[in-house]
Ligand binder design. Structure first.
Ligand code: ADP
Ligand code: ZN
Ligand code: ZN
Length: 709
């Protein structure tokens, strides 16, 4: 009798191990290979899984094993891509099946549709072949047209990215210095080998349409696919197929593309490498940038990190020589840097006084200094961008007669007021944490008083004030409400590009990546709200955002009215983040931060892990974590160099009726943190506490290298 074929398969379940199945080569049509996508019976259901091992025996009785039902018509995941998911699973303490299966698009998770999926793909390929592709040459700066600084950077990049060698390269240069033009020319060289694949990661969806056109312009004869959450399921299924079969050469995507199997990967670019959106915030909480670096190391290929404001981690590594460091410090189109102006809102001179002409109804909304600057900018026929990082009309509704505030009944946060027409025909209160929407109460629910007033300001309130102050200006609001409701974000951006707008009011969303040509003024209204935060990364983030925002002003040298201006309203103009910004001193600020973190032994001078706990009551969640800490102590796991803090409530403690707490662990080195987190995982898995919340149960999760504490 021939020996049986046993395969081990992982599925999308929180299980530490795979399951054994029998493989019948006659029935399935081929022999098994590690990395194959298969359908398996699981309990009473059927699931997709990945074969992780092939052998001729099992620790279980063979006649108890079930058989593989079906094999996907796909090549197996290549060995390197499997190493990547294995690493991610171990490093982030997350079950292998739960790591790998979620990276597969829906189209390939429905075995009944596997054959149809292939048909769809060949139909799509046929259609593409028929459509003669007239590519626009938007933004194409070929090698011959690079400026001196760019040419030098490209030269250095080529020198340090020799074949079959791992290198991490930090390309630092202010917004508009031509980094994108440099790395696209670099990739062009790598793609001369027609079997090569390159992965280009970008932070946000709203960045991709513009960049997508630009990348296509550089590579008109290469196959490129785009992977982000805004791509339809069908197109994502096709793109993933073309990536994992090696047919696509350029893979442009957001963090969710980081784990895509790419059998011929030769180089990786992580654009805006400092961007917080590279961190996945649910499921397996990985950093796409960190995984890209590991992947490059494993494959012995170069990985390029590009940014105007590098993360402190990358900047320190480059300074210390662990990364290659390439600088690009001149603006490509010659425009000067914008003037930074700090408006001290405590200075009475900056404010409107009661008799002033043009004073808005609610005079505290915008300072007089800023209003005058906007008027001047309008006269100069330049566009103004007003940034406020809060959508809605006002963050809180309150009662004038008693202490009632618009608290969310399900969360420990306030419900935001949205004016009529924004989220429906009537004004509403909406919770931005749990999504609850309620009509505005006509009277105070506590005392019956009809005089309710708003506290604070959001994009809609500022939009109203601007319209009131400059009735003839064309005003456009850009935030996720506006882009959901009428037009997509891309259409709103087009309005700005086309010059159909004089004043744009919006959230951070408008500041990213877009290359506007006629912005004369940028104003930031709520910088202070992000200045004081329990999160030690708040200042680093605020600085990066402000630099990015500043980069929107005066981007072009189309005219000679000089650089634009950026106005920041603050009560604390002396704060370090503003002072370094005033001098456009990115390195100075990062040096300052490095010193601060070193003193406090915070990352990157230590390594952190988090254990999250969620329960119906905060006490339960805290007790659960305190008990864990107690066990770590009694089991002798609290070794020198490891610090375990006391459990505390999360910043937004309650969301949708669930109370949330966290335990921070901090270690001097990575290995030590790995060991203790593995011990925590074992401990919590063995415990009687379930993982899925049901009734009284507690839901827990381990997070490695958290980016918000
Ligand atoms: P970054 O990525 O550093 O923000 P980009 O590569 O996007 O910079 O360049 C900024 C702008 O300058 C773009 O509009 C780009 O097309 C243009 N640009 C880049 N390099 C050159 C160059 N050598 N000559 C003229 N324009 C350039
Ligand atoms: Zn009241
Ligand atoms: Zn809520």
């Amino acid at each position: 009798m021939p020996s049986p074929i046993v395969v081990q398969v992982v599925v999308d379940k929180p299980l530490a191990q795979g399951f054994d199945y029998l493989w019948d080569s006659n029935q399935l049509g081929n022999d098994p290979e590690v990395g194959q996508l298969v359908e398996v019976p699981f309990g009473r259901a059927s699931l997709v899984g990945i074969v992780i091992k092939v052998s001729d025996h099992s620790d279980y009785e063979l006649d108890k094993l079930k058989s593989i039902t079906r094999v996907a018509p796909l090549p197996p995941f290549d060995a390197a891509s499997l190493r990547l998911v294995n690493f991610a699973s171990q490093y982030y303490i997350h079950a292998l099946g739960e790591t790998i299966i979620p990276t597969i698009p829906q189209m390939w998770k429905k075995p009944d549709n596997w054959e149809k999926a292939l048909e769809k793909i060949s139909a799509a390929e046929e259609k593409k072949r028929k459509k003669i592709q007239q590519e626009p040459s938007e933004g194409l700066i070929d090698e011959a047209h690079l400026n001196q600084g760019q040419a030098l950077a490209l030269e250095k990049l080529r020198q340090c990215s020799v074949e079959k060698e791992f290198k991490t390269i930090l390309l630092q240069g202010q917004t508009g210095s031509g980094k994108t033009a440099v790395f696209l020319n670099w990739l062009k060289g790598i793609l001369e080998d027609s079997s090569s694949q390159v992965l280009l990661l970008v932070p946000e969806i709203n960045l991709t349409p513009q960049l997508e056109r630009r990348v296509r312009a550089y590579f008109p004869d290469k196959k490129m696919v785009v992977l982000h959450s805004g791509v339809s399921e069908k197109n994502r299924g096709i793109a993933w197929y073309e990536a994992m079969t090696g047919k696509a050469q350029i893979i442009l995507g957001t963090r969710l593309a980081a784990l895509t199997p790419l059998p011929n990967l030769r180089a990786i670019v992580v654009d805006e490498e400092h961007d917080p959106s590279y961190k996945q915030q649910d499921g397996i909480r990985y950093s796409a940038r960190d995984l890209a670096i590991w992947r490059a190391h494993d494959l012995k290929i170069p990985v390029l990190l590009a940014s105007a404001t590098p993360s402190l981690e990358s900047w320190i590594a480059a300074k210390a020589g662990r990364y290659e460091y390439i600088r690009l410090d001149q603006r490509a189109q010659g425009a000067a840097l914008p003037q930074v102006r700090l408006i001290n809102t405590r200075d009475p001179q900056s404010q409107f006084s009661p008799g002033d002409i043009g004073r808005p109804i609610s005079a505290s909304l915008i300072t007089k200094t800023l209003a005058n600057a906007i008027s001047k900018n309008l006269e100069n026929k330049k566009q103004s961008l007003i940034l406020i990082n809060r959508r809605g009309y006002a963050p809180i509704l309150s009662c004038n007669a008693c202490t009632w505030l618009s608290k969310c009944q399900q969360c420990s946060s306030y419900m935001v007021m949205h004016k009529a027409g924004a989220l429906g025909r009537r004004p509403v209160l909406s919770c931005h944490h749990c999504g609850l929407v309620k009509p505005i109460p006509e009277h105070c629910p506590d005392c019956g008083n009809a005089d309710l007033k708003t506290l604070g300001k959001g994009t809609q309130k500022i939009e109203d004030a601007i319209e009131e102050m400059w009735p003839s200006a064309r005003v456009l609001r850009v935030d996720t409400d506006a882009s959901r409701k009428s037009k997509g974000a891309e259409e709103l951006f087009q309005e700005i590009h086309a010059g159909n707008v004089d004043i744009v009011v919006g959230t951070q969303m408008i500041a990213k990546g877009h290359d506007y040509q006629n912005i004369g003024l940028v104003a930031v209204l709520d910088a202070d709200s992000r200045l004081f935060s329990p999160d030690f990364r708040a200042a680093e983030r605020l600085f990066a955002q402000l630099v990015q925002v500043a980069g929107r002003a005066g981007r072009s040298s189309k005219d000679d009215q000089g650089a634009g201006e950026i106005y920041i309203e603050t009560q604390y103009p002396e704060a370090a983040v503003f002072q370094y910004l005033l001098r456009h001193d990115v390195d100075g600020f990062l040096g300052y931060l490095a010193h601060e973190r070193d003193e406090a032994k915070l990352p990157p001078f230590s390594y952190q892990g988090l254990v999250h706990a969620e329960a119906k009551s905060l006490d339960k969640a805290i007790q659960f974590l305190a008990a864990l800490k107690g066990r770590l102590k009694s089991r002798g796991l609290m070794t020198p160099g490891l610090k375990v803090y006391d459990p505390v409530p999360r910043a937004v403690m309650r969301v949708a009726g669930t109370e949330r707490a966290q335990l921070v662990l901090e270690a001097d080195d990575r290995r030590q943190l790995q060991d203790v987190l593995e011990a925590v995982d074992q401990d919590l898995r063995n415990g009687s506490q379930g993982r899925i919340s049901k009734g009284d149960r507690i839901r827990w999760l381990i997070e490695r290298d958290p980016t918000s504490i």
